[in-house]
Design a protein around this ligand. Structure first.
Ligand code: IPM
Ligand code: MG
Length: 359
């Protein structure tokens, strides 16, 4: 039976990088027996411009009906002055919340071919392979009450609420332990339990769930220390699990260890494994339309889509190996360029991946 994949190109470089990922999907369909149907819809600033909403109803309906979603990126300076409820980012947050995509998998892998791209010394990052598991539908991102209120003395006060229910912590903890079982069997849970009650509960629940996984070694770390350890000795980590806001921050930090935010894919999954897949970088309006954006993170997101939502490990590996081959050939977009390599554009590197799929 054919699977429905919704393509949401979004804003900025989104359409350019997604076009390359779609070429990869089309090649898998034509040459490797992948049974899929693609649909396209608008999200983010592009959707706001067309329909006055960053997440139009028809997009949400298609997203609900799809088996998996591939998203480019949303946002841009053009929409920054809009009311917060209408900003492109709300489209993304609405999809995450509306589809209950609570488990965000953000691998940070250093490709050996790109070792010199990291700002950290090679011996600190060589062989780096961390999986950050970020809770994605709770925490201060969605907590109520929130807003800006007027105090008695007349000044305004902004406020947000960090909240986590036991069930929310438990389900993300299980994802982390299950993931660790397939890797190096270590989970580091990151919190701020010395200050915040919400994360004191987080630590308690993760510890309790950990008892069901005696094969996995569990440790806890405060978020400030975790940020420091990530740049000091990142290879100590296997799986890291944390809440929505800490995960947002730590995953950017981890991404940069690899030297190339343009290489990192992500998956956001619901309880059934339905997912939304996107590069972890943003819409990069400064280089949009120039044909120089790196599409590899989006193409690697296709690999995650194949693995987690279509359960097709064979084709997932084929895509990942094709990306490796292209790196071996020395092709580089400007963001990962190093001396001795060949600088190419978005389309050229996408074409090279497509060609490498059939090797
Ligand atoms: C991310 C992004 C988003 C987030 C923004 C665009 C809303 O930074 O996916 O990490 O904060 O979750
Ligand atoms: Mg972020």
């Amino acid at each position: 039976m054919s699977k429905k994949i919704l393509i949401l190109a979004g804003d900025g470089i989104g359409p350019e990088i997604v076009a390359e990922a779609v070429k990869v999907l089309a090649a898998l369909q034509q040459r490797h027996g992948l049974k899929i149907e693609l649909e396209h819809a608008l999200v983010g600033g592009a959707a706001y411009d067309a329909f006055g909403s960053p997440l139009p109803q028809q997009t949400m309906q298609l997203a609900r009906a799809a088996d998996a979603i591939l998203l480019g990126a949303v946002g841009g300076t053009k929409w920054e002055s809009l009311d917060i409820a209408l900003r492109p980012e709300k489209g993304l947050l609405g999809l995450r919340a509306g589809l209950q995509l609570f488990a965000n998998l953000r691998p940070a892998i250093l490709y050996p071919q790109l070792a010199s791209a990291s700002t950290l010394r090679p011996e600190v990052v060589a062989g780096l392979d961390i999986m950050i598991i970020r809770e994605l539908t709770g925490d201060i991102y969605f907590g109520q009450p929130r807003g800006v209120r007027r105090l008695d003395n007349g000044e305004r006060q902004g406020f947000n609420t960090m909240v986590y229910a036991e069930s929310e912590i438990e389900r993300i903890a299980r994802v982390a332990f299950e993931t660790a079982l397939k890797r190096n069997r270590r989970v580091c849970s990151v919190d701020k339990a010395n200050v915040l009650e919400a994360t004191e509960l987080w630590r308690e629940v993760v510890t309790r769930v950990g008892k069901d996984y005696p094969q996995v070694q569990l440790s806890h770390m405060y978020v400030d220390n975790a940020a420091m350890q990530l740049v000091r000795a990142p290879k100590q980590f296997d799986v890291m699990v944390t809440g929505n806001m800490f995960g947002d921050i730590l995953s950017d930090c981890a991404a940069m260890l690899t030297g190339s935010i343009g290489m990192l894919p992500s998956a956001a999954l619901d309880v059934h494994g339905k997912g939304m897949y996107e590069p972890i970088h943003g819409s990069a309006p400064d280089i949009a339309g120039k044909g120089v954006a790196n599409p590899l993170a989006t193409i690697l997101s296709v690999a995650m889509l194949l693995r987690y939502s279509l359960h097709n490990e064979v084709l997932a590996l084929r895509v990942e190996q094709a990306v490796q081959r292209v790196l071996d050939q020395g092709l580089r977009t400007p963001d990962i360029y190093a001396e001795g390599c060949r600088k190419v554009g978005t389309r050229e590197i996408g074409d090279a991946v497509v060609a490498a799929l059939s090797v």
